[in-house]
Ligand binder design. Structure first.
Ligand code: GDP
Length: 366
C-alpha cells in the first residue's frame, strides 16, 4: 500500500486520465513535408539559375509553362526568388510579317552581340502556335549559329494558349532569363496581330522589320503597329533590292514624321539592313543604345518599366479571375445549359452572363 502511494507521488507516475491530445495531424505533417520539399526544389532551381545553369533554367521555364497546379506553385516560388536578380537587361521586341527575315535578322544581330560579350536570350510569342506546334526552332535551319552559341539561349514559344496566358508566361520567363545573367532579351512575335501589342507591353524597345517594294506600302502592318515602333528596319537591302530599300527608308521616314511625338522624347528611326550579308546590324544596335542612353537620362526608361509592371498586375488579376470562373465546379455544371438557353433565345447574352455570374458568386469557395 505504502509502495503504491509512493509511486503515485512520483514524478514519473502517469495517471490514467483524459486521452492525450494529438499535437499535430497527418494532413499538417504532409503539408509541411511537401512545403519543405517544394522550398528545397525552389532553392535548387534558384541557385541553378543564378549560377547560369541552362538545364535548370530550361526546366524552370517548363514549370512556368505547365498547367499543373503543383508545377505552378514551384514556378511561382522560383520567380519570386529571381525577381530581385532581374530587370538588368535590355528587352527588345522584334516583329514583322512572316518571311520578312526575323530569324535571319536575329541570328545576325545576335551573333554580333555575343561577339561584343553580351549574353542573349531569344523568346517568342505566338499565341496561334497550335499550327506550328509553337516551335521557333521547328524549322531546324532557323538561327543555326545562334542556337549553338554558348552565350545565346533560344526558347521556343510556349505551346498555344490564350494570348493572356502566353503573355504571362513570357513575362515570367524574362525574369528567369535575366536572373540567369542574360543582359539582352529578344522577344520575337510570330505573325502579325494582337501579339504585337502584348510584346510592346513588355519590352524597352520595339523594332519593326519591313520589306521594300512588297506591294502594299504597309504590308499588312497596321498603322497602330508602326506607331509603336521605336525603329523600323528595312530588311533585305542587298543586290537588286538595295535602291528600293533606300527609297522605302525615305518613305517611312516621311511617314513617321506624321505620327504624334513619343512620350519618351525618342524620335523613331528608320534604317536599312541586310541580315543575309550581316550589313547594317551594327547600326541597328547603335540605335538601340542611343535610345537606352536617352531614356535612362530622362527617366522614361524606368517609367516605362513601372507602367509595364502595373499592366502586368492587371493582366495577372484578369487572367486569374477568368481561370477561376471557368474552373468553378458550379459553373461547369450549368454552363452548357445556359449556353443552350442562349442559342435557343430563351436568354439574352446579358441575362445569361448575369445568371452565370450570380451562380459563380454564390459558389465562390469552390
Ligand atoms: P521570318 O519568317 O520573318 O523569320 O523570315 P526568315 O528569317 O525565315 O527569312 C525568310 C527568307 O528571307 C529566307 O529565305 C531568308 O534567307 C531570306 N532573307 C532573310 N533576310 C534576308 C536578307 O537580308 N536578304 C535577303 N536577300 N534575303 C533574306
Amino acid at each position: 500500500m505504502a509502495e503504491n502511494n509512493k509511486s503515485k507521488r512520483s514524478a514519473l507516475h502517469i495517471s490514467k486520465g483524459v486521452e492525450k491530445q494529438l499535437t499535430h495531424n497527418d494532413d499538417a505533417v504532409r503539408r509541411f513535408k511537401s512545403m519543405a520539399r517544394r522550398s528545397l526544389e525552389v532553392n535548387e532551381y534558384m541557385e541553378g539559375i543564378l549560377s547560369h545553369n541552362r538545364t535548370l533554367l530550361s526546366k524552370a521555364i517548363t514549370l512556368i509553362e505547365s498547367s499543373l497546379p503543383e508545377h505552378q506553385v514551384i514556378a511561382q516560388g522560383v520567380i519570386e526568388k529571381c525577381v530581385p536578380f532581374s530587370g538588368r537587361s535590355i528587352r527588345i521586341g522584334i516583329t514583322g510579317v512572316p518571311g520578312v527575315g526575323k530569324s535571319t535578322f536575329i541570328e545576325a544581330l545576335g551573333k554580333y552581340l555575343t561577339g561584343q560579350g553580351r549574353r542573349l536570350a531569344v523568346l517568342a510569342i505566338d499565341p496561334s502556335s497550335q499550327r506550328s506546334k509553337g516551335s521557333i526552332l521547328g524549322d531546324k535551319t532557323r538561327m543555326e549559329e545562334l542556337s549553338v552559341d554558348p552565350d545565346a539561349f533560344i526558347r521556343p514559344s510556349p505551346s498555344a494558349g490564350s494570348l493572356g496566358g502566353v503573355t504571362r508566361k513570357t513575362r515570367e520567363t524574362i525574369i528567369l532569363c535575366e536572373a540567369a545573367g542574360f543582359d539582352t532579351i529578344f522577344i520575337e512575335t510570330v505573325g502579325v496581330g494582337q501579339s504585337e501589342t502584348a510584346v510592346h507591353g513588355m519590352v524597352d524597345f520595339f523594332l519593326l522589320l519591313m520589306l521594300a517594294g512588297a506591294g502594299d506600302e504597309l504590308q499588312g502592318i497596321k498603322r497602330g503597329i508602326m506607331e509603336m515602333a521605336d525603329a523600323i528596319i528595312i530588311n533585305k537591302a542587298d543586290g537588286d533590292n538595295l535602291n528600293k530599300a533606300r527609297q522605302a527608308m525615305r518613305e517611312y521616314q516621311n511617314a513617321l514624321h506624321l505620327f504624334p511625338p513619343t512620350e519618351s522624347g525618342w524620335i523613331p528611326r528608320v534604317s536599312i539592313c541586310s541580315s543575309l550579308n550581316k550589313s547594317g546590324v551594327e547600326e541597328v544596335w547603335k540605335t538601340v543604345m542611343d535610345y537606352v542612353n536617352l531614356t535612362h537620362d530622362n527617366g522614361s526608361f524606368k517609367k516605362r518599366r513601372k507602367s509595364q509592371n502595373f499592366q502586368a498586375l492587371i493582366d495577372a488579376i484578369n487572367e486569374r479571375l477568368k481561370d477561376n470562373f471557368y474552373a468553378n465546379s458550379s459553373i461547369k455544371l450549368v454552363k452548357n445549359e445556359i449556353e443552350s438557353d442562349l442559342l435557343s433565345s430563351k436568354l439574352t447574352p446579358y441575362a445569361a452572363a448575369q445568371k452565370l455570374l450570380e451562380i459563380y458568386y454564390k459558389n465562390l469557395t469552390d
